[in-house]
Design a protein around this ligand. Sequence first.
Ligand SMILES: Nc1ncnc2c1ncn2[C@@H]1O[C@H](COP(=O)(O)OP(=O)(O)OP(=O)(O)O)[C@@H](O)[C@H]1O
Ligand SMILES: [Mg+2]
Length: 352
Amino acid sequence: MAKKKKREIVGSVKNTLSLSKRILQKLKKKTKVKKNKNPFLKEKKKKNRFLKEKKKKVKKPKKKELKKLVPKKHLKTIKQQREVIKKILDKPKPKPKSKPQYIKTGIEGFDDLLEKGIPRGNTILIAGGAGSGKTIFCLQTMYNKAKKGHKCLYMSFEEPEERLKQHLRDFKMEPEKYIKKGLIKIQRFNPFDISRSVDALLTKAKGELLIDVEPVLLPSGFKPDFIFLDSLTAIASAFTGKEDSYRIYIEQLFRFFEQMDATTFLITETEQIPKIFSPTGVEEFLADGVVVLYNFKRGIRRENAIEILKLRGANHEKKIVTMQILPGIGIKVFPQQEIYGDFGGTPDIKIK
Ligand SMILES: Nc1ncnc2c1ncn2[C@@H]1O[C@H](COP(=O)(O)OP(=O)(O)OP(=O)(O)O)[C@@H](O)[C@H]1O
Ligand SMILES: [Mg+2]
């Protein structure tokens, strides 16, 4: 009996022991899972270990050691280079070059009316009455520029190419020489082609104000430094009855010339003594400059005169002076021969 009881007691103790062992094992497992479940802690430990090892490996070199690493002569050049770089960095940034460049026409006496010249890239109206010398003024300027190696485009909406070349020859200029060199290009355009193209473009753009005037105008593959357009009046007359289209076209044309890096001379035909200097009166506001050529009546004779009416960004004489169109020479301006008085009606002209 006592043996049986003893066996029972031993058995129950064993059971409790195995139970507690199992509980212990379970608890251990749980804590293990919890540890593994926190990857951040694991990563942090890893990182700390890595940093410790790195610190051990990389030692900050002392100044003395550095001197040993970089030879003395190199240290000197490094110092010098640093000084140069410092000087450059400390320097105030130079302002972008906005100084305008000026161009001369090469027409005798005319350039004397200008202090420095015509700012490069300007759009200038050459305004004047019939026979006042607008075409000759432009042809002569073009020839003078080509002689200096500049590329020039003469766009004629009035006279044919051959007639223009003949004008040049009449004044002892050799257009062929510079045409061959690729410096002069004289091209005739039909103003009605322009108005038709603009109409088509405007219809395509469905009334939008931005149209592409470039394909209507410039010969491809020729980037001129100077453009001469003879004349805006001829273009305007092709737009008769379509004044809105002309206005849109002309605004685009001026914007286009502005974007091109070319100095442009646009001829406009006016009254002999003009009050407005362009077909609509708007062009003279769009233009940077206006040069007026006069063919006024004095007694029973007509005489020529010239004036720089306006020129944005340049100083110039503000007087009307005598000009002559001389056979075999061309235009000659007399900056000292000032014209006084109202020569609109009965002239009251005194020449100094
Ligand atoms: N070979 C020449 N020799 C001398 N003078 C000339 C010669 N050719 C033209 N002229 C003068 O120049 C004037 C015409 O110059 P130009 O053709 O440049 O005038 P324009 O203002 O362009 O005229 P338009 O409005 O008719 O186009 C003539 O009226 C004439 O007096
Ligand atoms: Mg002309």
